[in-house]
Design a protein around this ligand. Structure first.
Ligand SMILES: [Zn+2]
Length: 359
């Protein structure tokens, strides 16, 4: 079987997995990434260990990297990553040489969107927005069945659109960014600020210490009927919908897919979001708002999408071609643009031979 590997390269861990043509993860390996303070070499060593562990001696046909950071438009470099040491290195080419296999590189939100479009909640949709609610907001844009990366590869950074002038300070250096009001951090901030001093489910869960509160605690408390936890999701859901109203006015997608840890709350989050979207989108009352649905593929979406990107490359047909290119030209120069222009959906229909034959 031809081996394609997807790797989620996060701030605390690397998760590599063999991904089948049908998008199933069949074998995984995990390594810790000790963070920004460590060297580029040690992160790349951790990546290499995880990839070789999954390969288990087999020939690798392609590797896709889903990086938690800014990837340039060509898919060559990680320009900046808050929790990884890369800063402009030609990561794709370097790792391709090291592994003797074609490598595709993109940011994690784009990879998750590719996976959800091919195998998950956005399957069959040609225009979708992907929103990932974790500590912040990740985003990706799919239009006409293609990822939209923008001129510099930075499209989809929805979390840093200003929604409140002079609002809360953001890590990005600006203030009033959307993710300050709608994210896992915002959820926890709300719950801490409104924590009941008397007994409650939420108070019990955090031993009456607001600083100990976590997002999963708020989710669990909401499920058990805790009123403050319920209000926290209503508030975050409202902000989600207001932001999506603006994005829908801009992009007019068929579908919005909401993933990330906060989306585990399901309709508790999505219902207030749908209501606020329908209210705030341009032409409200005269149009059908896009569907707002939860992601389906869970935390492995990034690595599944990355593996799919490595498959879709014209040049990614074989490791042999990569080795040939390297031996012929000295330095391996696989065209970065090729896979980036690929259609991201797997073929769902076979060509109609009858129609072609009769023309
Ligand atoms: Zn910001």
């Amino acid at each position: 079987m031809v081996l394609y590997i997807g790797v989620d390269v996060g701030g605390t861990k690397v998760l590599a997995g063999e991904v089948t043509r049908a998008g199933t993860v069949v074998r995984t390996a995990r390594r810790s990434t000790p963070g920004r303070r460590v060297s580029v070499a040690s992160v790349e060593d951790a990546l290499t260990e995880a990839v070789l562990d999954v390969a288990a001696g087999r020939r690798i046909a392609g590797v896709g990297l889903a990086a938690a950071g800014f990837v340039d438009a060509a898919g060559e470099r990680v320009m900046f990553a808050p929790h990884l040491p890369w800063a402009g290195e030609r990561v794709r080419e370097r790792l391709s040489r090291r592994w003797g296999a074609p490598v595709a590189l993109d940011n994690d939100a784009n990879c998750a969107a590719v996976a959800e479009t091919a195998f998950g909640a956005a399957r069959g949709s040609s225009s979708a927005l992907m929103i990932t609610l974790g500590t912040g907001i990740g985003g990706a844009i799919v239009m006409a069945g293609q990822l939209v990366r923008g001129a510099q590869g930075m499209a989809g950074e929805f979390g840093h659109m200003q929604v409140v002038p002079d609002g809360r300070n953001c890590e990005c250096g600006m203030s009033g960014c959307w993710e300050q009001y709608c994210s896992g951090n915002a959820l926890v901030r709300f719950a801490r600020a409104h924590l009941d001093p008397g007994p409650s489910i939420l108070t019990d869960l955090c031993d009456a210490r607001p600083e100990q509160l976590t997002g999963p605690m708020v989710t669990a408390a909401a499920e058990q009927g805790d009123p403050v936890a319920g209000q926290a999701f209503a508030a975050i859901g409202e902000w989600l919908g207001v932001g999506l109203g603006g994005l829908t006015s801009a992009f007019d997608p068929e579908l919005v897919v909401v993933g990330g840890g906060v989306s585990a709350a399901g309709d508790r989050l999505l219902e207030p979001a749908r209501a606020a979207l329908a209210r705030t989108v341009v032409g409200a009352g005269h149009r059908t708002p896009p569907q707002v649905v939860g992601a389906r593929l869970g935390p492995e979406a990034g690595l599944i999408g990355a593996a799919l990107l490595s498959r879709s490359a014209r040049w990614a047909g074989s490791a042999r071609s990569a080795r040939t290119a390297r031996s012929v030209r000295g330095v391996q120069t696989i065209g970065a643009g090729d896979y980036r222009s690929g259609v991201i959906k797997p073929r769902r229909r076979r060509p109609d031979r009858g129609a072609r034959g009769s023309s």
